[in-house]
Design a protein around this ligand. Structure first.
Ligand code: 3QA
Length: 230
């Protein structure tokens, strides 16, 4: 069994690499990929760089080049739902691209022909995350995540994304990773810890909480990997 663990930024995967301790570094397609054997399973770990395009490339590479059979994403997100505070964890039930817009042709936001507005994450791993949350004594919310190539730091834009997609959190990679995994039939799990509220203070909050929130998410994802290894 080979499992991919990806993030977008170095801070999102460094706690994972630290925990694993020893790994092999492979440079490929403009990124570094880290391979390790962990509790009897093979891992490939990478950060993609920010946004939908880079995350698409990395997810596809992890599957097609490195042979990953499951993919877990760990990172931070901006909160839309007022019930999500900095440090809280959200598991994506389904994901959409909030910046995909051919509405001029009468299509809904997030839709292109032969695509779908929402892509659902793997139900088995979502179930498993409930057990992990219980084991860890952590409160984890499930919700819809909206993805786009924008760092949202604007109440109006955030509320629009919330009402248009019913989204609870937003970020810049989950929706594209979902497209790749769905097309290649690889079960995927997207976890995010809140770093900011996507409002006018977002950049400051992000800078302050990136590391701690990324670590929260990484710790949870590693517990997921532990369960998958059993
Ligand atoms: C934003 C990161 C990108 O990978 C998406 C964080 C947290 N809050 C968000 C928000 N809007 C959109 N996405 C997010 N991640 C990187 S920009 C800062 C880069 O700093 C999730 C996310 N409000 C680099 C230093 O110059």
């Amino acid at each position: 069994m080979k499992i991919a663990i990806m993030g977008a930024m170095p801070e999102e995967i460094s706690p994972i690499l630290e925990k694993i301790g020893s790994y092999k570094t492979i440079s490929y397609a403009g990124n570094k990929y880290y391979e390790a054997s962990y509790r009897g399973i093979d891992l490939v770990i990478a950060y993609s760089k920010i946004g939908k395009v880079f995350s698409t490339l990395t997810a596809a590479t992890m599957i097609e080049h490195f042979g990953a059979q499951k993919l877990l994403f760990s990172g931070v997100a901006g909160a839309i739902s007022p019930t999500l505070k900095v440090g809280d964890l959200i598991v994506a039930t389904k994901l959409a691209q909030h910046d995909l817009d051919i509405t001029a042709f009468g299509h809904p936001f997030g839709y292109v022909p032969e695509g779908a507005v929402f892509i659902e994450a793997d139900k088995q791993m979502i179930e498993m995350s409930k057990e992990v949350a219980k084991d860890m004594g952590k409160n984890v919310q499930e919700g819809i995540i909206a993805t786009g190539d924008q760092f949202v730091a604007n109440e109006e834009r955030k509320n629009w994304i919330g009402s248009t997609f019913g989204a609870d959190a937003l970020e810049m990679e989950g929706g594209s990773v979902a497209v790749v995994c769905n097309a290649l039939e690889v079960p995927f799990f997207i976890l995010r810890a809140i770093s900011d509220a996507a409002d006018m203070d977002a950049s400051f909050s992000f800078d302050e909480f990136l590391q701690t929130s990324a670590k929260e998410s990484a710790e949870f994802v590693m517990k997921m990997v532990d369960k998958l290894a059993n």
